[in-house]
Unconditional design. Structure first.
Length: 500
């Protein structure tokens, strides 16, 4: 049907959407420029059409309806959706904001500058952090799905899916698809996860800076080759996104910490260009030590691949104009905190070692990363761990002030769900907290027997507030566990500060 989409230009679809111009399409879908009523005026929009039978159409509409409930300043909103026919062919459609330009239109002309790449990365990371917290994955981050709308960068939303769905729709897999999700690479493809989005983001980051994705070597079971010409922190981020093992990839929180300079990890300038697994020091500095827990799993087939590129509506490439006079931003500009200088001056009197291995906060990693000679990732890991443990011993007993809970949110539990409890349902959530006491990210450490109670506990944990612990008089990052106990009579939560 891809050869016949354009013939429908000028027709009116579903009695209200004029198909003004065919923008792009494949055999499985098409995107047209259209208009929709916004209050009392007509505004430009994009309409996506997908051939679908009754069953598949309902599933696709259900996914779009879930996506339409989401709201984020860097996410393309979906306005309307429904079912109709075109030339006797049953279709489902979604009407969305029409962007003026996407990155795929810019890259053939030039690569992004480091300042532009940083702006792009910040916007996409904010969207992914929001989606992952809500239990969604984007599914296909790539330049065509990163758009300019007005003065903002936005990410497509018509291909969103729930965490745990499979990449099993029409279309040919490409380099942006995480290898663990593609049939034929593994005997049994894994479901989509936040780590899948991280892989796509790594490929996109390399392409925006070099005008082509990283060289994939999936068939050889090797990590993709990341060009060493990339500036830091982009080189470090790309390397830790493009790891074949999804559990080894950085999380969105770790990428943000590296981009913001909260973690600085110098890379050796010699040696092979293959991506290596993060060293123990890198893993301890990163905020989350394992992939975010999967949220709810809705088994909906993917009716179509990622969003298609929306062609330019206004004359001239807006991204090029908008970024033409952007000042270059240093890619790494973190100074050593005063708290760390105070720790250096602390007395080295031996203290009792902790009963379990100590994981230093990101603030301490900033200190160790400034060492004159970086420790290679795979050399003497036991020495690195010993130095981290000795750091605790050098901290005077009175220099750490424990944090506290400033505001707690109780989960909203349906009475019908509470009535179904027999005994006590326990769920444990781990939250990473920034220096201001806000929750940066959360993951399930113990799910308990019920997906429902796991979800409401995870949602509630996002809104907790804390008084940040202090080291040397300054607030530092922290990690807490929240133990939720649900009974028929109510809910209790026991917070425990795990780090520092």
């Amino acid at each position: 049907m891809s050869n016949t989409w354009k013939q429908w230009e000028g027709q009116t679809f579903d009695g209200k959407f004029p198909l003004l111009r065919y923008l792009s399409g494949t055999e499985h879908c098409a995107v047209f420029l259209t208009e929709r009523h916004d209050r009392e005026r007509l505004v430009k929009a994009a309409i996506k059409l997908i051939p679908a039978d009754q069953e598949m159409g309902e599933l696709q509409l259900s996914r779009w309806q879930k996506a339409a409930e989401l709201s984020h300043p860097h996410l393309i909103p979906l306005h309307e959706m429904g079912r109709s026919e075109l030339g006797g062919e049953p279709l489902v459609y979604a009407v969305m904001e029409c962007a003026e330009e996407n990155l795929a239109q810019v890259l053939p002309s030039r690569a992004l500058t480091p300042a532009e790449a940083r702006e792009m990365l910040e916007s996409v990371l904010n969207v992914l952090e929001y989606l992952h917290r809500k239990g969604f994955v984007h599914g296909h981050i790539k330049p065509a799905n990163i758009m300019a709308s007005g003065e903002q960068l936005k990410v497509s939303s018509d291909g969103l899916r729930r965490t745990g769905e499979s990449l099993d729709g029409p279309g040919i897999p490409d380099a942006y698809d995480a290898p663990e999700n593609v049939a034929g690479i593994l005997p049994m493809p894994q479901p989509m996860s936040p780590a899948s989005d991280v892989w796509s983001l790594g490929m996109t980051l390399v392409e925006t800076l070099t005008q082509k994705p990283a060289a994939a070597r999936v068939a050889e079971r090797q990590d993709p080759q990341v060009p060493r010409s990339l500036q830091e922190p982009f080189l470090d981020i790309a390397r830790h996104c493009l790891l074949l093992q999804p559990q080894s990839r950085w999380t969105v929180g770790q990428i943000k910490a590296r981009l913001e300079g909260r973690v600085q990890i110098p890379q050796p300038q010699t040696g092979p260009s293959e991506v290596r697994a993060p060293s123990p020091a890198v893993q301890s500095a990163a905020r989350a030590s394992r992939p975010p827990a999967k949220r709810r799993s809705y088994l909906m087939p993917v009716a179509v691949g990622s969003a298609l590129a929306l062609a330019a509506v206004l004359a001239g490439p807006k991204l090029l104009r908008r970024h033409a006079d952007v000042k270059q931003v240093p890619v790494s500009s973190a100074e050593e905190p005063q708290a760390l200088r105070a720790l250096k001056q602390a007395e080295a009197a031996p203290q009792a070692r902790a009963t379990k291995p100590y994981r230093p906060p990101v603030a301490e990693e900033e200190q160790t990363s400034k060492a004159p000679v970086p420790v290679p990732a795979l050399i003497h890991p036991e020495t690195t761990h010993e130095e981290e443990t000795n750091t605790v011993a050098r901290i005077p007993a009175g220099s750490i002030v424990h944090g506290d809970v400033a505001h707690q949110v109780s989960p909203e539990v349906l009475q019908s769900a509470r009535n179904s409890i027999r005994g006590t349902v326990r769920v444990i959530v781990k939250v990473n907290v920034d220096r201001a006491g806000n929750v940066e990210d959360a993951e399930l450490e113990s799910r308990g027997p019920s997906k429902y109670f796991s979800r409401v506990a995870l949602d509630a944990a996002q809104d907790w507030k804390f008084k940040a612990p202090k080291v040397g008089g300054r607030g530092v990052l922290s990690t807490w566990t929240l133990r939720f106990e649900f009974t028929r009579d109510g809910t209790t939560v026991v917070p425990t500060q795990e780090m520092p």
